[in-house]
Write a protein that binds this ligand. Structure first.
Ligand code: FES
Length: 161
């Protein structure tokens, strides 16, 4: 009698527990799947969009670079000069203590002048030469002088102004 009672109640109790467990698990999975995937996708793309926008905005704002010294006065030979390719500037010292600056872009066809020698700024592309004193054309084919640029000399430092 006791055996048959045990065998009757035991399966039914197990069935109830199993059913409740399965239902609970299914509910948990549904809840996770339903709210997890779309939610994370939406917040992910939203965050990256706003991040890109603010990043490019701040990059545009920080473009000032003329504060750092271009050269030391001792870098510029007297009666000659030096080409600063990165800054696109030629600095010359025609006479002692007198510094001049010009754009390094040749007025003929836009090459970057390469050297300063023999009292002229020299373009390697077609042989134009410009005066170290005022940028005027000393040798064609260029027709126009090099554009002069403003510099400041303070102490032994030369800066673009
Ligand atoms: S570009 Fe300089 S000489 Fe032609």
């Amino acid at each position: 009698m006791s055996l048959s009672h045990e065998s009757f109640t035991s399966p039914s109790r197990r069935a109830v527990v199993t059913a409740a467990g399965a239902a609970g698990l299914a509910a948990t999975l549904a809840a996770c799947g339903g709210s997890g995937d779309p939610g994370s996708d939406a917040s992910g793309s939203g965050a990256s969009d706003s991040g890109t926008a603010s990043g490019s905005g701040s990059a545009k704002g920080s473009g000032k670079g003329s504060a750092s010294p271009l050269a030391k006065t001792s870098d510029i030979p007297e009666g000659g000069g030096k080409v600063f390719k990165e800054q696109q500037v030629v600095v010359t010292q025609p006479t002692k203590g007198d510094f001049k600056a010009f754009t390094s872009t040749c007025t003929h066809q836009g090459c970057t002048v390469a050297s300063v020698s023999g009292g002229t700024i020299n373009c390697p592309c077609h042989g134009s030469k410009f005066s170290i004193e005022d940028g005027s054309v000393k040798h064609p084919p260029a027709m126009s002088p090099l554009e002069s640029m403003k510099i400041e000399v303070s102490g032994d430092e030369i800066k673009l102004s």
